[in-house]
Write a protein that binds this ligand. Structure first.
Ligand code: 4NP
Length: 154
């Protein structure tokens, strides 16, 4: 059985598509499935934001296969790990959890870098390209650490 990881932000067009693309680039697709979703449904069916696409491309990662979707309760059953980008996403996800098993799957992504720091990936939607590069660097560091942890587990 493949290990399944879900990246979640608000819109599923800026941060979580980058997180999905970055983590997928570090894992063997024969062993892992990486997906992303948003807690809000404003952009369902859309491509990632063009600035996320451009930032990923600068680093050699193609995220244009992705389409925005909304997080659902069923995701608690489908995924082994659910990563929130910020505290608000974290609370919105937990509000849909029904069991302790569901709740245990949810973590803030930057706690991979500094456990218990509860640091947030800032929403870059209203800023310029530099905000997207900043998000990329944070996610790359967190995903490198998480991918290493996964490889040590298996
Ligand atoms: P994301 O950024 O949560 O990183 O995808 C946002 C994208 C769109 C909106 C908010 C945040 N929006 O309000 O449309």
């Amino acid at each position: 059985m493949k290990t399944k990881i879900l990246m979640v932000c608000l819109g599923n067009i800026c941060r979580s598509p980058l997180a999905e693309g970055i983590l997928a680039s570090k894992l063997d697709p024969k062993k892992y499935i990486v997906d992303s979703a948003g807690t809000a449904g404003y952009h369902v069916g859309e491509l990632p934001d063009r600035r996320s696409i451009a930032t990923a491309k600068l680093h050699g990662i193609d995220i244009t296969y992705q389409r925005c979707r909304k997080f659902t309760k069923a995701d608690f059953h489908s995924f082994d790990y659910i990563f929130a980008m910020d505290q608000s996403n974290y609370e919105n996800i937990l509000a849909l959890a029904q069991t302790n098993e569901d709740r245990k799957k949810v973590q803030l992504i930057l706690n991979q870098i500094s456990p218990n720091s509860n640091a947030e990936v800032p929403d870059p939607y209203y800023g310029g390209n530099q905000g997207f590069e900043n998000v990329y660097q944070m996610l790359d560091e967190a995903c490198t650490i998480f991918a290493k942890r996964l490889s040590q587990e298996s």
